[in-house]
Design a protein around this ligand. Sequence first.
Ligand code: ATP
Ligand code: MG
Length: 563
Amino acid sequence: MASNEPAINQDFIREIVVGDLESGKHTTVVTRFPPEPNGYLHIGHAKSICLNFGIAAQFGGQCNLRFDDTNPTKEEQEYIDAIEADVRWLGFEWAGLYFASDYFEQMYAWGEKLIGKGKAYVCDCTADEVRERRGTLTEPGRPCPHGHRPASESMDLFRRMRAGEFPDGARTLRAKIDMASGNINMRDPVIYRILHAPHPHAGDKWCLYPMYDYAHPLEDAIEHITHSICTLEFEDHRPFYDWVIDECELPEPHPQQIEFARLNLTYTVMSKRKLLQLVQEGMVSGWDDPRMPTISGLRRRGFTPEAIRDFADRIGVAKRDSMVDVQLLEHCLREDLNRRALRKFAVLRPLKLVVENYPEGQVEEFEVPNNPEDPAAGTRTVPFSRELWIEHDDFRETPPPKYYRLSPGNEVRLRSAYFVRCTSVVKDVAGNVVEVRCAYDPATRGGAALDGRKVQATMHWLSAAHAVPAEVRLYDRLLTRPDPGDVEEGQDWKANINQSSLEVLGGCWVEPSLADAKPEERFQFERLGYFCVDADSVGGKLVFNRTVTLRDTWAKIEQKQKR
Ligand code: ATP
Ligand code: MG
């Protein structure tokens, strides 16, 4: 590669793509992201989205968004809409938007074709009987009594299945392959089932639905997908994927199924079934709860699409399952927000600080840089007056060793304003400090002493008369164990749910420039972390979510790894 070309990802999937383009097997690359609309997308899906759309973009090809909607009872329009919004928010635009259900007629015709060729038969067994005859990993299956049913009889039954003559579960259409195959997926798998249920996209047209393993290769072939990328658990399904395409006699070049390792994240559950449980059982406020690993949850939490895409790039793709440290995801976010987020003053647990020698009624405006990482971000003014809010934790009546913030007699810098020295405290009847008093030095205006004297702490502050009230929501991990599947005997994954993952702070204050902040706007509250405005901010009420703290444990882990 010429040195002036941008660095591109290189992994085993991209190597296959390069090989196929060089050999002339394909002249263009077509991928797809094929979610089932039975839930919201999560960070694992983001990995697949970045991979499929990323490969298409890198090789000048195209990527489709296809709803794999073959299971109508679990699918909903709400999920379809959310998935489209999430893919767009991540920064991707699909070449085509398709629904597997739009291909049902074509798939049905191929079902008849398979019957005509003697490659499929209608089976009258119950689900239990099918399972019982299928055998196990170590034992071959036994032939189905309907396996030798004449094609004409299967054809007639299959048409009557479509016409709605039989109840759910009465019959299935099965591929006729090999009940003794070493691969269970090849033991005459069911390819059609009767299900009298309306479909969110196809309406009530069908009472016969194709199984995923039959439908998926056909969907890929119809869309001329070149590389059908899926997760590792489908590896054993690949022979059947190829069988379907071969036996339906679809034109070359055939799509190639390629498996990669799904994303697993520490402290994170990712199956849609479990996420749905969290939502349905009210353990979170919804699919977009800021603690959820869903794209919409991460978005509401304050994640940026850039950070998620950067994360997907860094984890890469592999052929072996592994667990990724969630701190890497947070590290990518901090890097992005550190570059871009405007700095603001906010006081989450307020303590009154009265500047005794500051004239009553006087207000000064101090210029404060919006982002020290980005001088182009400019400055803003923050008002200063005699009564201020500081963080409760920034004052100690009896300071422990190495505590340099405010304590009786000690001098600190109020950022961009003045040096102040603590003179006294006011206590309530219970002996709690409710107010701190101090004196400022006018010769330290702007935050530096003319005589060159130093202080060891710089603190943020807010003018009490100008500060804007806010609610702040602090989040902790939703699960208590790094591996959410690591449970005591007899317990399920829910035993690992962190019962105190949300802390709501009611009496917070933020600087006046935040009064008009809009949902999803992200900021760094100096010394506290990154925060974003929550959608619950309505009618002048401000609600912030803490996206992530400032401390970056991952950076330390990385340094250690390098050493
Ligand atoms: P879940 O098990 O959470 O329900 P799924 O695989 O059933 O997920 P789909 O809607 O079928 O969900 O997934 C759409 C695509 O996203 C598939 O190609 C799937 O392989 C991929 N995908 C799902 N989960 C992950 C993950 N954790 N890491 C990477 N890719 C994933
Ligand atoms: Mg799936």
